[in-house]
Design a protein around this ligand. Structure first.
Ligand code: GAR
Length: 201
């Protein structure tokens, strides 16, 4: 039995698409894409889930809602779907220590830089690439890591470097990092972790 996996999203969902494509290509034998959970009702990732026939759910954090209440609602949805492993694929919310403890070493995140550069609080999405260009680094990349209570602080699973090119804009760099690193690393890491979980059963 493959590992029931939820992909948590907030936006476009190109990393979700990479997982869907890898699964269709038979590259994720230990991963069952069982649920797409979005904290934004307007995330295009939800359309990708629907088109792929994957069940989806929306759990938005209401204005002023305490994080514990939001996370409790998320947990309820995940448990109802029997989820065993989480993949954060452009999920723009920081999870608490208490939440993470429900899935020890079973939450993966993809981050668009070579951690420990340009990571932690405030470094997400396009901001990461803006910061890399502003600093003037010549090489950036992507990291897939396990999630613990420290933002972008869990054990690194896979990393891949990507060259910065003359005249790069944040958007161009973001696209190159996705194509050359994120979309390759994330399915690979998900399969790696799922296989290990299955062997421990
Ligand atoms: C990706 O570049 C992902 O690495 C990044 O947001 C983008 C989401 O794109 N995540 C973070 O910055 C998390 N700190 P997608 O919705 O098309 O997969």
């Amino acid at each position: 039995m493959s590992v029931k996996t939820a992909v948590l999203v907030s936006g476009g969902g190109t990393n979700l698409q990479a997982l869907i494509d890898a699964s269709r290509a038979g590259k994720l034998p230990h991963v069952a894409l069982s649920l797409v959970l979005s904290n934004r009702a307007d995330a295009y990732a939800l359309t990708r889930a629907r088109e792929a026939g994957i069940p989806s759910a929306v759990c938005e954090r209401a204005k002023g809602e305490p994080r514990e209440a939001f996370e409790a609602r998320m947990l309820e949805i995940l448990r109802a779907h029997g989820v065993e492993m989480l993949v954060l694929a452009g999920f723009m919310a920081i999870l608490s220590r208490e939440f993470v403890q429900n899935y020890p070493d079973r939450i993966l995140n993809v981050h668009p830089s070579l951690i420990p550069s340009f990571c932690g609080k405030g470094f997400y999405g396009l901001h990461v690439h803006e910061a890399a260009l502003a600093y003037g680094v010549k090489v950036t990349g992507a990291t897939v890591h396990l999630v613990n209570e420290i933002p972008d602080g869990g054990r690194i699973l896979l990393q891949k470097a990507v060259e910065i090119e003359p005249g790069d804009t944040p958007e161009a760099l973001q696209r190159r990092v996705m194509e050359q690193a994120e979309w390759i690393l994330l399915p690979r890491a998900a399969e790696m972790v799922a296989q290990e979980l299955e062997e421990k059963r």
